[in-house]
Design a protein around this ligand. Structure first.
Ligand code: KG4
Ligand code: ZN
Length: 339
């Protein structure tokens, strides 16, 4: 079985071919970071235009890397999968129309995939991990704790009440005059700073599973007005203090949740799971509390189509093709649903 999966929910155009036993035969990602960098954030109109420009090339490259051509496509590819939400409407539309066109031409079943489910299962591409587990989805748009009881069976514990953690990294970078996306830059500079130089309050540590990061972002803004942010040392110290506070908050809540719900596994996903301190803290705490921690490798942390093909594979196996549709529409505010 081979699945061609398409992901275009935000600013990465990605196509992957996923084969039997979740083997990723190709995973091509065309990033738009340089296009949006000068605007300090993703510009939806530019994102959809770039997807239109890139999608055909990315499909061709993904097919080529998996040794599939348009001549043997009908024989080689069994399903088309595509992200249908949440995300930017115009961006989703480009991937969906490409998927619908291929499904129509080659008469293949179309599998709609929720982008968040992609992040939930991205660490399962390279690790043998099965539900139940606690999923920690930390990305530019989400900060969520979800109990994955089984494939397609979720209990949502909590999410962000305001800024997602990746969004907070990006906004703090903007405040400090650092390039976008801010997460990787802050991660690098934080290593050079002193975590004891600036202390930011750990937001909402007790009571409920929700997160809130807008307060800490405002605290950085207020602090940055009182100090000289042209001084590299000052910037490094702010990055260190901020990264420490965000990381401790996420790790604390995740381990409280596994304790309360007696879970033995934690699976991370989303762009922020690339953060070096968050990875280290999860692994260290996992050892301390005897909880197995699964991390996606760097390519599978941020948006990619391999994670979409992986979820499609689970859907096909569980529903025995009953979930195959001919028409997918974009759902920008799609929530996690059981199937
Ligand atoms: O999962 P993703 O590619 O897109 C969404 O679905 O949102 O995540 C992008 C986010 C950005 O906010 C980016 O700053 C953040 O992930 N990010 C990081 C790191 N690498 C990417 N945040 C903290 N540390 C990193 N190393
Ligand atoms: Zn994402």
């Amino acid at each position: 079985m081979k699945i061609l999966a398409i992901e275009t929910s935000c600013d990465e155009t990605s196509v992957s071919i996923v084969g039997d036993k979740l083997k990723v035969l190709s995973n091509v990602i065309s990033t738009q970071i340089p296009i949006h960098a000068k605007y300090n954030g993703v510009v939806p109109e530019l994102a959809s235009r770039a997807h239109i420009q890139n999608i055909n090339m990315v499909i061709e490259e993904a097919l080529e890397k998996a040794n599939v051509t348009f001549d043997n496509f009908e024989k080689e590819i069994d399903y088309i999968a595509c992200t249908y939400g949440p995300g930017l409407a115009g961006s989703l539309l480009v991937g969906i129309m490409a998927a619908r066109t291929l499904a129509y031409i080659y008469n293949k079943p179309l599998i709609p995939v929720n982008h968040i489910e992609g992040h939930i299962f991205s660490a399962c591409i390279e690790n043998k991990v099965k539900p139940p587990f606690l999923s920690v989805v930390i990305s530019g748009g989400h900060t969520e704790l979800i109990i994955v009881k089984d494939y397609g069976e979720y209990v949502f514990l909590g999410g962000t009440r305001d800024d997602a953690c990746g969004e907070a990294f990006d906004k703090v970078a903007k405040i400090l005059g650092l390039p976008c996306p801010g997460g990787p830059v802050i991660d690098k500079l934080a290593v050079l700073g002193d975590i004891n130089s600036v202390h930011f309050t750990r937001p909402m540590l007790k009571g409920g599973w929700d997160f809130s990061f807008s307060g800490i972002k405002t605290a950085v803004l207020n602090y940055s007005k009182k100090v000289d942010i042209t001084d590299k040392k000052v910037i490094n110290n702010i990055c260190a203090g901020f990264r420490q506070a965000v990381s401790e908050t996420i790790v604390f809540k995740a381990f409280e949740a596994v304790k309360k719900y007696k879970l033995k596994n934690i699976v991370l996903g989303g762009g922020v799971s690339a953060n070096s301190l968050i990875r280290k803290m999860f692994l260290d705490n996992g050892k301390k509390y005897k909880v197995k921690v699964y991390l996606p490798s760097a390519t599978f942390c941020t948006d990619n189509a391999a994670m979409i093909g992986t979820v499609a594979c689970y859907k096909i196996l569980k529903n025995k093709n009953k979930s195959a549709f001919k028409i997918i529409l974009p759902k920008p505010s799609l929530e996690l649903e059981n199937w």
